[in-house]
Design a protein around this ligand. Structure first.
Ligand code: ADP
Ligand code: NI
Length: 225
């Protein structure tokens, strides 16, 4: 079944709104990240199913209230927007729950995508965090926060709670060990697992060359041990 006319209008308005909002974003969360996540999510949904309107809306809105970009603001911009354009309460509630389920909260924090639509949007977001695009976005983010690229004396840490993960200010290369290399084993759908393979390999090759074929060592320190 195709989308209803009303839903098409909501999608169009949301795309325009998000495109404006993320226009000058320099930390790797620009409009083209949202654009890729939306397209990847719809592509995954072709095989995996799910409500296409909910998936596309959640993909478009997924970074609007992200803690990395907003701090801990408790006013939800996504909620306000959905109300403004007149999305039904039940659809809006579902979209907001999905957005909440999508974000990565630390290496030791359990993945909590529950709805099929959340699994798909989360996979799409995670695919855009790895591979060549992931490498570029990660250094853009690190630069935007004035982080070092690499400091051999600061080891990656496997965060077991979201608060500790949020407070982290480590060099950008550590983020590969703390999150990006873990993502391929945390995907939800078979379609995304397949797409992740070559992207994951690309990051491993990148890190190998970066660390001079093993001459530089990254040891992961585990605070729980
Ligand atoms: P998530 O919801 O999983 O955090 P986002 O799309 O909001 O996904 O963005 C995550 C991306 O932001 C990461 O893939 C990475 O590129 C960048 N990022 C987040 N935290 C860090 C960090 N500490 N160091 C470098 N890059 C980071
Ligand atoms: Ni994102």
């Amino acid at each position: 079944m195709g989308l209803k006319i009303l839903q098409k209008g909501h999608l169009k308005a949301t795309e325009k709104h998000i495109r404006n909002h993320f226009e000058n974003e320099g930390s790797g969360h620009d409009w083209w990240h949202i654009f890729r996540v939306r397209n990847l999510a719809l592509k995954i949904a072709e095989k995996e199913g799910g409500d296409l309107f909910i998936i596309e809306m959640a993909a478009l809105l997924h970074d609007l209230d992200d803690w990395k970009l907003n701090g801990d603001s408790n006013e939800s911009k996504a909620k306000k927007w959905l109300k403004e354009i007149g999305v039904s309460n039940s659809d809006a509630g579902r979209i907001l729950e999905i957005i909440d389920q999508v974000s990565f909260k630390g290496a030791g924090v359990e993945n909590k995508a529950i709805y099929p639509e959340a699994k798909i949007v989360q996979d799409a977001d995670r695919l855009d965090a790895i591979g060549a695009i992931g490498v570029a976005r990660t250094f853009a983010y690190g630069g935007s926060k004035h982080r070092l690229i690499y400091d051999p004396e600061i080891k990656p840490v496997m965060h077991s709670d979201f608060e500790a993960y949020k407070k982290n200010t480590a060099p950008t290369i550590n983020h590969f060990y703390e999150k990006l290399l873990l993502l391929k084993d945390r995907l939800n759908t078979a379609s995304a697992i397949q797409l992740a393979e070559s992207r994951h390999r690309f990051m491993e090759d990148f890190l190998k060359q970066f660390l001079m074929n093993g001459k530089e060592k990254i040891n992961i320190s585990n605070p729980d041990k």
